[in-house]
Design a protein around this ligand. Structure first.
Ligand code: ADP
Ligand code: MG
Length: 672
């Protein structure tokens, strides 16, 4: 069937068109007010007997045709042409449309035109209205009614069919509506999805636009960068060209250098051979040099021995400002056998004897005292001149011979000036101690070239009234110092050491200067405590010298002692002794005792006595290893140029002369 093949949407549209057609079609129902030949009431009346007879059927009809009266009027007003439109199967699917159709069809013909053969129900329209039967013609009336009933039945039947068709159509339409609803929902969902997709797309589009902008911006930056890089590339290419040219140049040079190198290598090989030969030569020379050095030491020592292992130098200090000038001829320095060019070794001191002069009535000629020493330094001699004379002796200490240098004389004769130096730190007036150490450091440096390594350890103590005190004490011991004792360094050891005293390694002048400064400070503190003690105490500066020749396994150890002795003056026995003087006398006795012990020790050594009284004083005990045996000794006798000191000067000169007569055995180096 054609209508069933159409799409549901077209079907709906068709139905809507149909509905419009139906609505627009001219009504074929009787116009209101139109007069019927037979009114409804009349018809009712006509039917009434039949109704009464056929109640059951009438009820049935009434169920399907509630307005049976209207139906009776239809054939009179509606032609048969309208009938074919009613059973249209493709009518509107909605119930409203059906209701409209039914409403429009109500006055339609009771019998469809499709059944032309039906003679029992001729179309009402055009049928000649039967004439009114007389009341008595009941049979005729019955016949009419029967015919009418039959007609109604047929119509009812037809309408039922039609109704059935319409129901079917309605069902189909409902199914279609359901399908369409489902489809609509699907489409709506699809639409929503599409919209969501569209929105998402829109959003993505927005994002993409932003991204595009960003990318464009970045592209711009990158383009700038690319331009820069291109520029840089150009520059680099230029540089590369330059470098390539340089490389070529370098390669050319390298080739030249390689050629030169091969030449040099040959030269090096020959030089190496030469160096090996030189090394052999050097080793031989070193061997010879060492032999020469040992020979030098031997000869040096021989020379020192020839000069005497005990030497005495006399030094007369100048007259100081404010002091009375001695009479001419008081002190004379006669020239040596070779004339004034010879260094002076003699000294004459004139002393006038007042008592002798008084007895004869005329002034007696002064008594002349002549002394001869290893060397005499008149008042004008400088510190450098004095040192030059002893530098060779000091060097003996490096060769392993103990060396001891004393300064002897009365207070104020220039002992401290000679040993430590004058005031003010003037290098010109530097004493023997700093000069000797500087000399030792420099010779040790020279000897290091021959494989010798030297180390020096300094100590500085003071012996006052037979007590030993450390002059290098620092901190709480400074100025007072603890009680120090002289002990052997170890059991069976010959070496002596002072307990509680500082032994300071030194390697340069500045360190020595610092030590001398510290000693001066310590003496100054002691002076305030015990009234000018320094002149009545012995100051002993000792330097332990250790040398080693690792290559030859040689070692030499020797002490260098530089001693500033206490004032040698004696107390006048005729003086009245107060409490201060008694103390002074005790000090002086201690000093004299230690100085005479020193003299006795030197004598004993000189006479090669079996007992040497070292232990009789702290001074000789401390200097035990620096005196006698292989030791070399030098004594400075310091003399005051003043006439008033003539007595003390004579005492000093006599003591020194005795010492000068001593010869202490053949010195032996302390070699291991
Ligand atoms: P001592 O130590 O024997 O008591 P000093 O060395 O203290 O004597 O000397 C006493 C004074 O004489 C000091 O002022 C010192 O500077 C001075 N003096 C000593 N010897 C000399 C000299 N050779 N040249 C110049 N001045 C000297
Ligand atoms: Mg002094």
């Amino acid at each position: 069937m054609e209508p069933q093949q159409r799409s549901p949407l077209l079907e709906v549209k068709g139905n809507i068109e149909l509905k419009r057609a139906l609505a627009k079609a001219p009504s074929r129902l009787p116009l209101p007010g139109s007069r019927l030949k037979r009114g409804p009431d009349q018809m009712e009346e006509d039917l009434e007997p039949e109704k009464k007879r056929t109640r059951g059927l009438g009820t049935k009809v009434a169920t399907s045709r509630p307005r049976a009266t209207a139906l009776t009027t239809v054939p009179q007003t509606q032609g048969q042409t309208a009938v074919p439109k009613v059973p249209r199967k493709t009518g509107p699917p909605c119930s409203t449309a059906i209701a409209t159709v039914l409403k429009n069809q109500k006055p339609g013909p009771a019998v469809p035109a499709q059944k032309p053969g039906t003679t029992a129900a001729p179309p009402v329209v055009g049928r000649k209205k039967p004439s009114k039967r007389p009341a008595w013609d009941l049979k005729g009336q019955l016949c009419d009614l029967n015919a009418e009933l039959k007609c109604c039945r047929e119509r009812t039947q037809m309408l039922d069919q039609e109704n059935q068709q319409l129901r079917n159509q309605l069902r189909e339409a409902q199914q279609q509506a359901t399908a369409l609803g489902t489809e609509r929902r699907t489409l709506e969902e699809e639409l929503a999805r599409v919209r969501a997709q569209a929105e998402q797309g829109q959003q993505e589009l927005g994002n993409l636009s932003t991204l595009v902008l960003e990318l464009e911006e970045r592209l711009g930056t990158q383009e700038g960068l690319v331009q820069e890089l291109q520029k840089e590339q150009l520059e680099l290419q230029e540089e590369r060209r330059g470098l390539a040219a340089q490389l070529e140049e370098q390669e050319r040079r390298l080739q030249a250098s390689e050629a030169a190198l091969s030449g040099s290598q040959a030269e090096v090989a020959s030089l190496r051979q030469e160096a090996a030969a030189q090394a052999d030569l050097l080793a031989n020379r070193e061997e010879r040099l060492h032999g020469l050095e040992m020979e030098r030491r031997r000869l040096h020592n021989q020379l020192q021995e020839l000069k005497g292992n005990v030497r005495v130098f006399c030094r007369v200090r100048p007259v100081l400002p404010g002091e009375s000038t001695p009479p001419p001829g008081f002190l004379l320095f006669p020239s040596g056998p070779s004339g004034p060019s010879d260094p002076p070794t003699r000294l004459s001191l004139s002393r006038s004897d007042e008592r002798r002069g008084t007895l004869s009535g005329a002034p007696a000629a002064p008594t002349r005292h002549d002394f001869s020493f290893d060397r005499v330094f008149p008042p004008g001699s400088g510190q450098d001149e004095v040192f030059e004379e002893i530098s060779m002796l000091v060097q003996s200490a490096l060769d392993g011979y103990p060396v001891c240098i004393f300064a002897y004389g009365q207070t104020g004769s220039g002992k401290t000036f000679t040993m430590e130096g004058g005031p003010g730190g003037d290098p010109q007036v530097e004493g023997l101690i700093p000069r000797a150490l500087r000399h030792l450091f420099s010779v040790a440096q020279e000897l290091s070239g021959q494989g010798w390594t030297y180390s020096f350890v300094a100590s500085y103590v003071e012996i006052y009234n037979e007590t030993v005190r450390d002059l290098l004490a620092t901190g709480t011991r400074k100025g007072h110092g603890g009680e120090c004792e002289i002990r052997r360094a170890g059991p069976g050891s010959e070496e002596l050491t002072v307990t509680n005293a500082r032994y300071v390694p030194v390697s340069c002048e500045r360190e020595v200067e610092a030590l001398l400064h510290l000693a001066r400070q310590n003496r100054a503190v002691a002076r305030t405590a015990q009234n000018e003690r320094s002149s009545r105490s012995h100051s002993v500066f000792q330097l332990q010298i250790s040398g080693e020749h690792a290559g030859r396994g040689l070692q030499c150890v020797a002490p260098l002692s530089l001693v500033d002795l206490a004032g040698s003056e004696r107390l006048d026995p005729g003086l009245a002794l107060g409490p201060g003087e008694r103390e002074r006398l005790r000090e002086t006795q201690a000093i004299n005792s230690s100085l005479s012990t020193l003299g006795l020790v030197i004598m004993a050594l000189s006479n090669k006595e079996s007992h040497v009284p070292y232990r009789n004083s702290k001074l000789t005990y401390l200097l035990q290893n620096s005196l006698g045996g292989s030791a070399k000794m030098l004594m400075f006798v310091n003399i005051s140029p003043l006439e008033e000191n003539v007595s003390e000067s004579l005492n000093s000169l006599r003591f020194a002369s005795k010492v000068n007569q001593c010869v202490i055995g053949t010195a032996q180096a302390n070699r291991k």
